[in-house]
Design a protein around this ligand. Structure first.
Ligand code: GUN
Length: 303
């Protein structure tokens, strides 16, 4: 039986709808949520992600501040920009688009972002809080994966989830979020990576497989059990002469074959991608709510 398609565009739209309401309530109290996006260099994929983020901000009523530096920018220039945004009261969230051009120290830049404005959830303080199960900004792609599953009716509690990939942006935080004793998670988790021997031996035991390896065809049909749920985080450009751009986007999963065996699957594009942006907007609104509460001396913000 063909798998049900998990429609990330529809679920992201649902979340943006919820956020519009929160933004309206914040504006009524004099606070317009603001997101500063920092793009260094002119990598085409990063430019396209940043454009998507700014468009989504506009749709829900978040003010986006566009900050561009040339690829030749120095570490000091970038650090100076981050410090300036830390001190700007109109800015509730700061996002530095990764990867940075060669020569720039990513860890130092992420450490310089005010943890209360770290809407990517990449600051070590937020990563630590999240790992300990404390309140924190959750990294957007893994949080988007959890929301996709929950809003598609998949309850993870007690299920075996196999994550392929151990990046700081997806694999590591996702594995940490999945093991939390929380409403959205409480799963049994296996993390596989390029050093894993017999990857298929692990993925065949999974109720849910999340592919986040950054390589096409990492997960093929022979590697899953009948009825597994498959989440594809990969976004890979492959050459395609029939496209005007000269390329098309594919995930990490052999979608055609795997969807004949899985019970549910995310497409690429239109699966996890839109959710990453939706959860970024969510974090920005949360940051603005926190600021609003602080301004009002601890009063709550509806809704
Ligand atoms: N590059 C790829 N994904 C992300 C993300 O979620 N946040 C940032 N800042 N850069 C990225």
């Amino acid at each position: 039986m063909a798998a049900a398609i998990i429609d990330g565009r529809r679920i992201a739209e649902e979340i943006r709808g919820e956020l519009k309401e929160s933004v309206r309530a914040l504006k009524a109290q004099g606070v317009t949520p603001g997101l500063a996006v920092v793009l260094v260099g002119d990598d085409p994929a990063s430019r396209s992600y940043v454009a998507g983020k700014e468009k989504a901000c506009a749709e829900v009523g978040i003010h986006s501040f566009d900050n561009r530096l040339p690829a030749s920018a120095t570490q000091e220039e970038l650090m100076g920009l981050v410090r300036k945004l830390n001190g700007d009261d109109r800015v509730h969230g700061i996002l530095v688009q990764l990867p940075l051009p060669r020569g720039l120290n990513e860890a130092e830049v992420l450490l310089a972002i005010d943890p209360d404005k770290d809407v990517d959830g990449f600051h070590p303080i937020n990563a630590g809080r999240m790992m300990l199960g404390q309140k924190a900004f959750l990294p957007c792609t893994p949080h988007g994966v959890l929301q996709l599953l929950r809003r598609s009716g998949v309850r993870l509690s007690g299920l075996h989830v196999v994550v392929i990939g151990r990046s700081n942006i997806v694999g590591k935080p996702l594995a940490n979020m999945l093991i939390q004793k929380s409403e959205l998670a409480n799963a049994t988790v296996t993390v596989c990576h390029t050093g894993t021997r017999d990857l298929a031996g692990f993925t065949r035991q999974a109720d849910v497989v999340v592919a986040a390896a950054g390589r096409p065809n990492t997960l093929t049909a022979d590697m899953i059990r009948e009825g597994a749920v498959v989440i594809d985080v990969g976004v890979n450009r492959v050459e395609d002469a029939t496209k005007k751009s000269g390329f098309r986007l594919v995930g990490d999963v052999d979608f055609q074959r795997v969807s004949e065996k899985a019970s549910m699957i995310t497409p690429v594009p239109g699966g996890v991608g839109p959710m990453t942006i939706a959860m970024l907007l969510y974090n920005t609104v949360e940051a603005a709510k926190t600021r609003c509460r602080a301004m009002r001396g601890g009063e709550g913000v509806a809704p």
